[in-house]
Design a protein around this ligand. Structure first.
Ligand code: TXA
Ligand code: MG
Length: 337
């Protein structure tokens, strides 16, 4: 079991010697956690099946859940795919580097373990100076599932990665908290109209402004195409209950009922109206912008978990823009799916 080393970066100036060490670890089949604008990823050489297997083991990830390959440029992306549709290319021009993952046809050199045997592959260029430097120096593709134990809230800081994976991975590149806070949007551009398989840091509205109509389906079909969405996700240990946005009355009612039942209750809210004084000792009040809510929601779920609450009351957001991504995570956390 390796000792996990944490290397700290100030975002603006990636220290070149540390990046060199991380590249060497990747070349020798080791695991490196890296920051992105969305969440931290757990990296391994995408063409090294043995290294990729270690990623699945470290996370406890089901083997039928394929991984995203991170690259530094469209040129390197072409090492992994045979075909990117016009609309796909349009999206890369507009949104890469950024919180968008494209599902495209895979090349045969990609080990089966990366794609879970599918004939497609998920690729993205993340927008983070440290990881872009890592990818450039590595000159290849790095697989990068979120660097958490499978099923748990994704990590938005190096501390979260350390908590989940200490002793199981070689290096954590620590560049502070991530900016967006929810994972990338995954879109299948092998079909037309393209299908949004996971809503995330890039909104459907922004995508549709660029390429027109998309489909977003939650059905048997999506389960077949994106096996990961079938597994339990984003769940803290405590049970999660969603309360409607800005609904103080329901919030207080539910809270009292849970307390009367003898539960230790945590709460996460952001509307001013919900800042109920003395609601519970375990009340995290986040700042009211939806962007800030996205940035902090996984941290908040983890924080309440560390306080050993039995259940959490979490305030809903409107399902538009990044709010759709937040609600997708919260509904899954609440339903334990
Ligand atoms: O923001 C992100 O995307 C982060 C950072 C680290 O880049 N990564 C991330 O990876 O969230 P992960 O493994 O936690 O989620 C990848 C998602 C899963 O839902 C998986 O099923 C889907 O992408 N996926 C990967 N390859 C696919 C494929 N070939 N076809 C359909 N879905 C795929
Ligand atoms: Mg994940």
């Amino acid at each position: 079991m390796p000792t996990t080393k944490i290397i700290q970066f100030s975002c603006e100036r990636p220290n070149s010697n540390s990046i060199k060490d991380a590249v060497a670890v990747l070349h020798s089949g080791g695991l490196v956690a890296f920051p992105t604008e969305t969440v931290y990823g757990l990296g391994a050489d995408a063409l090294n099946a043995v290294a990729v297997q270690k990623v699945f083991e470290a996370k406890g990830r089901p083997s039928d859940n394929p991984l995203i390959v991170h690259v530094a440029s469209l040129e390197i992306a072409w090492h992994f795919t045979t075909e990117i549709s016009e609309k796909g290319l349009q999206l890369t021009k507009r949104f890469w580097p950024g919180p968008l993952t494209l599902v495209v046809k895979r090349k045969v050199i990609v080990p089966d373990i990366v794609t879970a045997g599918l004939d497609t592959i998920a690729i993205r260029i993340p927008n983070h100076p440290v990881t872009l430097e890592l990818l450039k120096r590595f000159e290849g593709g790095i697989v990068g599932p979120s660097a958490n134990i499978s099923g748990r809230p994704s990590p938005t800081s190096a501390k979260h990665v350390y908590h989940d994976l200490n002793g199981k991975i070689d290096i954590i590149l620590d560049a502070g908290p991530t900016i967006i806070g929810v994972e990338s949007t995954v879109i299948d551009v092998t079909v037309d109209p393209p299908v949004i398989l996971r809503i995330g840091g890039l909104s459907r509205e922004d995508i549709e402004k660029e390429i027109g109509e998309t489909r977003r389906i939650i059905s048997q079909e999506i389960l077949r195409r994106s096996p990961g969405t079938r597994h339990r996700h984003y769940a803290p240990k405590a049970r999660v209950f969603l309360v409607p946005k800005n609904d103080r009355e329901t919030f207080i009612k539910q809270l009292s009922k849970m307390k009367d039942d003898g539960k230790k209750v945590g709460a996460i809210t952001y509307s001013e109206n919900m800042n109920v004084i003395d609601a519970t000792k375990f009340h995290l009040i986040l700042s009211p912008s939806v962007e800030s809510y996205a940035q902090n929601i996984f941290r908040a779920l983890r924080e309440l978990d560390s306080l050993d609450v039995d259940c959490m009351l979490v305030e809903s957001v409107e399902e538009k823009g990044i709010g759709a991504a937040i609600m997708d995570r919260l509904v899954r956390a609440a339903q334990n799916i």
